[in-house]
Write a protein that binds this ligand. Structure first.
Ligand code: NAP
Length: 308
């Protein structure tokens, strides 16, 4: 098969499209012929060697944590899905990638609703899992007020909509240029940075019940003060979270994955209550440009690669 790959960590130019061994669906897994794959900050952090955790990569390494496509192998013990079905889902995060290829093995998936394009579905999958995991840890439901720091990116846009669908009120931080965008997704926007506590207090005269840090920008002391208790804050992005008594949830934190969110997002999309804003779509061969854009730090929604 062909795959996006690199054989040593380095700048975006190490990415090439070339031949790679085909994966096969093991027990409990499916294989898809990939139509589109999401790009997430972990892709370029791993590629550059900047992911601040020890990640053992097999060479060549194929990036990509989530994808959409057509099922072409169904592993032992898998029910409810058949060859030819359109799905979207996530790869085994323990492999740190594998989706940006002609074929990819998914460990969790849902039927792709007609309401989402291949690109939108691929872009949603990984961040829906992350957002679902974080919302569960924060116990977000009816009547709660959630603040999302860094709400305009992939995790934030999914978390806003999934939290709103649970009946929560959502306040999201972004630069001013993204405020109308956040409002369109169902969040009350405000800017991040100094004075956040006062701005949020004015927007939410009651209490902020929970805070999701999707920025990792060093604002945790302010976010903890806002929530009133570090246990009401969860970060997906700050590796120093524990220094503030805050839980960092990530692919190896031991938290149960939020795979059930895939079917929830699919249902909400079919009902017209969930959408996937695409910042830009690139062909697989332009993955280096996609990584550069992601690394610039101001993605609005998702960056996606199409697979020919
Ligand atoms: N732990 C996990 O399981 C997990 C999973 C996925 C992602 N992550 C991590 O979570 C973080 C967010 O991922 P993502 O996919 O949402 O990233 P993304 O799509 O690249 O979005 C980043 C967002 O950060 C915002 N931003 C930039 N500077 C900011 C600041 N100082 N304060 C607040 N927001 C700021 C930007 O909005 P503006 O343009 O408005 O500034 C942008 O929308 C990354 O660090 C990623 O590695 C963790």
């Amino acid at each position: 098969m062909f795959a996006l790959q690199y054989s040593e960590q380095g700048p975006p130019e190490v990415l090439t499209v070339g031949e790679a061994d085909e994966p096969h669906a093991g027990p409990g897994e499916i294989r898809i012929a990939v139509r589109a794959v999401g790009v997430t900050p972990a892709d370029w952090k791993l590629r550059s060697g900047g992911l601040p955790v020890e990640a053992r990569l097999d060479w060549p390494h194929i990036p990509g944590f989530d994808a959409s496509g057509v099922v072409d192998e169904v592993g032992e013990g898998v029910d409810g899905v058949a060859v030819g079905d359109a799905v979207f889902g996530v790869v085994d995060t323990g492999a740190f990638g594998g989706a940006a290829a002609e074929f990819a093995v998914l460990v969790a998936w849902a039927a792709k609703p007609d309401a989402l394009s291949w690109e939108e579905a691929a872009g949603a999958a990984g961040n829906v899992e992350t957002a679902t995991r974080a919302l569960r840890l924060l116990d977000i439901g009816e009547g709660k007020t959630l603040l999302i720091e860094g709400a305009a990116g992939g995790v934030g846009t999914m978390a806003i909509q999934l939290a709103a669908a649970r009946g929560a009120t959502v306040i999201g931080t972004a630069r001013v240029a993204n405020h109308a965008f956040l409002a369109g997704l169902g969040a009350t926007p405000t800017t991040y940075g100094p004075g956040l506590g006062e701005r949020v207090a004015a927007l939410a005269p009651g209490r902020v019940h929970a805070v999701l840090d999707a920025a990792g920008s060093g604002s945790l002391p302010d976010l903890v003060a806002l929530a009133g208790d570090p246990q009401r804050v969860v970060s997906v992005a700050d590796i120093g979270a524990h220094e503030h008594g805050v839980h960092l949830t990530w692919m190896r934190s031991g938290d149960a994955p939020g795979h059930e969110g895939l079917a929830v997002a699919a249902r909400l999309a079919a009902e017209g209550r969930f959408r996937v804003p695409l910042h830009e779509v690139f062909p697989l061969a332009d993955a280096a440009k996609a990584h550069e854009l992601s690394a610039a730090g101001h993605v609005r929604g998702k960056i996606v690669l199409t697979v020919p």
